[in-house]
Ligand binder design. Sequence first.
Ligand code: 13P
Length: 254
Amino acid sequence: MKRKLIIAANWKMNKGPAETTEFIESFLPGSEELSESCDIIIAPPYVSLPVAASLLVDSPVALSAQNVSEQDEGAFTGEVATRMLNEVGAQYVILGHSERRAIYGESDEFINAKVRKALTAGLVPIFCIGETLEERESGELEEVLRAQVSGGLADLTVEDMAEVVVAYEPVWAIGTGVTATPDQAQEAHAFVRTLLGDQFGAEVAAATRIQYGGSVKPGNSAELMAQTDIDGALVGGASLEAGSFRDLIANAVV
Ligand code: 13P
């Protein structure tokens, strides 16, 4: 059985509360119909979560944070705890994004601590993996993905994995306008599913939703989402404008 599509808007460091309000008010009409065959998620910056949560009440659109602390509370300047995300109504949290890995030096071990903390708090991790161009070109694709999956999802149970969404985002396709071809993406997704099978068993591998991310747009979402092992998208640039995000989803669900 085909897994239900799951498409998330990762706004990265864009949109404060005012722009978040503007986007949601424009996006919500018509989202009911789209959500019948696709889970839709918006991930604004931390400061915009409260206003987003209040606007999304009773809507089919879910709310995600873009990061969370691996700590519970205390002297961790600048950090935000899972409990605080629960309090503002976030249901998902993006973890291990390549920008966090590359710019802020997050390791597989550190990401794993966050994934486990999120699960304990009832937040669904959107767990990101992906290779750089250099790694792909030097034939290290499988090795890199294997290390990210085994490290980032270490010590999770089969029950935990029922809650996890995986996002495959080749770093070379993020924000570059260069999308992985549907074949390249499908091949990587199928491999990630094999890794999940090795680590958690066939049932988990078959049930886990794997999003593709990297220059997904209204013009390529249909072809990408039609691939057997691609179950959704994690969208940066094309999710910043309500009409573009709506078209991207509408094209994917047909
Ligand atoms: P773009 O869609 O802008 O390439 O970003 C992808 C991404 O990093 C989503 O998390």
